[in-house]
Design a protein around this ligand. Structure first.
Ligand SMILES: CC(C)(COP(=O)(O)OP(=O)(O)OC[C@H]1O[C@@H](n2cnc3c(N)ncnc32)[C@H](O)[C@@H]1OP(=O)(O)O)[C@@H](O)C(=O)NCCC(=O)NCCS
Length: 141
């Protein structure tokens, strides 16, 4: 789906993750999205990443208890120390014998490669690695 391969995360939305109106709390969804994006960033040979920016996040549909969320993620762009990722989330919802798949959230999140001390570090990668990951860019000088 979305030309992004297998979901990075597949998880059932549980009652403990609801907000006062009974839908799933947006912060829980954001946390799944952040983890999925960081897993995509690890497609490159990096040490450790921290989230530097949530560039965009759009909640298209409410998520309900029992929905099965699939979080897809891929690298959009690689900088000197940063990796920008796209994350798309679907919810599979069953009710009264029917099953629907809803596109619930889209996000763009940027991570920075850091060392043990939490200092940013250049990301080592080659043009071939970018091609293999279908990242359409040249290595910046
Ligand atoms: C991430 C961190 C190491 C960056 O250090 P810094 O000295 O401020 O780094 P810079 O301003 O040079 O930015 C580093 C990279 O991030 C990119 N970046 C910074 N802010 C950005 C933003 N708002 N949107 C997109 N990219 C951004 C820069 O363009 C740069 O990319 P490049 O090296 O590929 O060109 C530091 O800000 C930090 O430790 N932040 C806290 C991280 C954290 O705790 N996250 C939450 C939990 S994981």
């Amino acid at each position: 789906m979305y030309n992004m391969g297998e979901p990075r995360i597949k998880i059932v939305a549980m009652p403990k993750d609801t907000n006062p109106s009974g839908n799933i709390f947006g912060g829980w969804i954001m946390s799944q999205i952040d983890i999925a994006g960081s897993l995509a960033a690890r497609d490159l040979n990096i040490h450790r990443v921290v989230t530097v920016a949530v560039n965009s996040m759009e909640f298209r549909e409410a998520v309900k208890v029992g929905d099965i969320l699939s979080c897809y993620a891929k690298i959009l762009k690689v900088g000197k120390t940063s990796i920008t990722t796209q994350i798309e989330v679907n919810a599979e919802r069953s009710s009264e014998g029917t099953r629907r798949c809803l596109h619930v959230t889209s996000a763009i999140i940027t991570y920075v490669n850091v060392n043990e001390a939490g200092e940013k570090e250049a990301i080592p990668y080659t043009q071939n690695e970018l091609l293999a990951l279908e990242i359409n860019q040249s290595i910046p000088s």
